[in-house]
Write a protein that binds this ligand. Structure first.
Ligand code: HEC
Length: 234
């Protein structure tokens, strides 16, 4: 009898907050879309911003694999925890003047609380997408697993660049399916990706950019491949 009463009491006392916590994490996962273009949750997968894996208790600006920290963030002395992250997300420029995160901040306290509830779970060691956190929601495995940055190691013939000719203001890009497309030179962006997501050496990838179909990115495995590949020819 006592046991049953206790269990019932526990259910009443524990489950509403636990439920609220779960809802908060779920909302936070949605809110993280504002960050996912720049931050992954996978250890050392850096994009515009550093990976946020294992964020709690980390010193600001200290991830060794991220090369683009501002001096301001590195010198800030901040240790990331609930409070410092709340202040950072409220107004990054106010907390660390001259930091390099292009983000204006989140003024809504509940949104920040949700986001932090989610991040606290999703940045725990071993919680990287593709591992345990995948069970937390469909989006994490797909989008946050790096889906925003397509892996270029295995390409369709239509994506595999075999030659590029440059004539006056035009690039002609030929792909492994035998097709050649012409681009105004200002509409073709030349990029590199030396990471594990980048293309194989010698087989740059062409990726559509923008909505109109007139622009594309050609992504090389390394900078020295660029001029080797582009042939001046009319
Ligand atoms: C447009 C890209 C961009 C967006 C969007 C963005 N960040 Fe950042 N973030 C960065 C960059 C770049 C840095 C490094 C800043 C510096 O060195 O001053 C950074 C740094 C951070 C850091 C410090 C990490 C460390 O290693 O010290 C945290 C935490 C962070 N961002 C969280 C977030 C969250 C949460 C969001 C979404 C609400 C977000 N960021 C949105 C680009 C972005």
């Amino acid at each position: 009898m006592h046991r049953i009463l206790l269990v019932a009491l526990a259910a009443v006392l524990v489950s509403p907050p636990a439920r609220a916590q779960q809802d908060s994490v779920a909302r936070g996962e949605q809110d993280f879309r504002a960050c996912a273009a720049c931050h992954s949750l996978e250890p050392d997968r850096n994009m515009t911003g550093p990976s946020l894996a294992n964020l709690w208790r980390r010193k600001a600006g200290s991830l060794p694999s991220f090369d683009r920290y501002s001096d301001a963030l590195k010198a800030s002395g901040i240790i990331w925890d609930d409070r410092s992250l709340d202040a950072w997300l409220t107004d990054p420029a106010r907390m660390v003047p001259d930091n390099a995160m292009p983000f204006e901040g989140i003024k809504n306290a509940r949104t920040r609380a949700d986001l932090l509830a989610f991040l606290k779970e999703a940045t725990k060691p071993g919680a990287a997408p593709g591992q345990t956190a995948q069970g937390m929601g469909g989006m994490m495995g797909g989008m946050m697993g790096g889906g925003l940055v397509p892996n270029l190691k295995s390409l369709q013939p239509s994506e595999r660049v075999t030659s590029i000719a440059h004539c006056r203001d035009t690039y002609r890009v030929t792909t492994a399916d035998g097709k050649t497309r012409a681009f105004w030179e200002r509409n073709l962006r030349i990029k590199t990706d030396t990471s594990k997501d980048g293309p194989e050496s010698g087989t740059p990838a062409i990726v559509p950019a923008g909505m109109m179909g007139d622009r594309a990115d050609v992504i090389f495995a390394a900078p020295e491949e660029i001029s080797r590949m582009i042939e001046p020819r009319c």
